[in-house]
Design a protein around this ligand. Sequence first.
Ligand SMILES: Cc1ncc(COP(=O)(O)O)c(C=O)c1O
Length: 366
Amino acid sequence: MNQPYIPYLDLKPLNDRFKEQDLNVFEQIHASGRFIGGDWVGDFENKFGVYCGASNCIGTGNGLDALTIILKSEIALGNLPKNARILVPAHTYIATFLSIIHAGLQPIPVDVEELILTASVLEKTTISYDAIVVVDIYGKLVEDEVYAFAKANNINIYCDTAQSHGATNNSGIKSGNIARASAFSFYPTKNLGAIGDAGAITTNDLELANMCRKIANYGRDSRFVNDVLGVNSRLDPLQAGFLINRLPFLDSDNNRRNEIAKYYYDSLKNEKVRLLDNDFLSNNAMHVFPVCVQNRRVFIDYLDHIGIGTSIHYEVPPHHQKALEQFNKLSFPITEEFHRTEVSLPCHPLLTDDQLERIVSAVNAY
Ligand SMILES: Cc1ncc(COP(=O)(O)O)c(C=O)c1O
């Protein structure tokens, strides 16, 4: 008998866990008559700030805005020159590049080492730059040495934490409390996902936090006074309420994701399916579980035929996108190889042991 298809990710059962609580949030907000800002937003900001260990949290409309607003705020405060050169890993989602460009700054992409920006990449980099935006790609925290390098060289470092909610570094410090400021996405597929668009900024710098809050709300100081050029990117109270319902489950969900990843590392044995080195397993929220396969389309179709869904993160690197034509001639071989061969295996908290065994035996039999 055919076994049921294992989707890469099914958001419905993940969110069904919170249906009753979500309906309650909806009813309360509907009854309150207050639909922008208010207690739900403040409450989520407090809870998520405390969760990350950061003294300030500012809700935003999405993760792209969160990162853009951080950079715009640094310019407004005089901490970044207009047109500043921002070092960024080539291996990321396009949003990281876009945030830098939308803030009026210049992305300076560099290739990664295996997966991510490392201190040894920074040590070898000879081009000049004013600040760094790092990315906790797939949920893997950027190593402590990168932050130490930036500190030693007096360079500010901002983190795109869109994929790393809840990951901790070797000193037990959480994502969102490591860089000068961090930008989270709560896009529904994320480890902490809303049921619509949502994002947040965390920082321990009060002056930066105040400027981010202002720029996210039309550059407003008070109702009728706008003293900087702002945007409209506020966290929706409904999404804030939904996120409050989900936050208490983030750690246990992340634990299950890490258990799954460990199981994959222990059990996947197929020369044609390359795992990253073991270090991938540490300091990781395990948002995406990547393997690298030549001719990946054949592998993806094979798994699909057996009844296993996969995904790709991502097919085309930012520097090869038409929208970023100015970078099209650059070459970053490690990033490009990754984007050519990466396949993401299912790795979400509701995967059962039986499903995992099926995935492992199918991959091993490929
Ligand atoms: C690495 C990375 N940065 C930024 C973003 C942007 O987040 P959002 O889609 O909420 O704007 C995402 C998510 O899509 C992402 O994966």
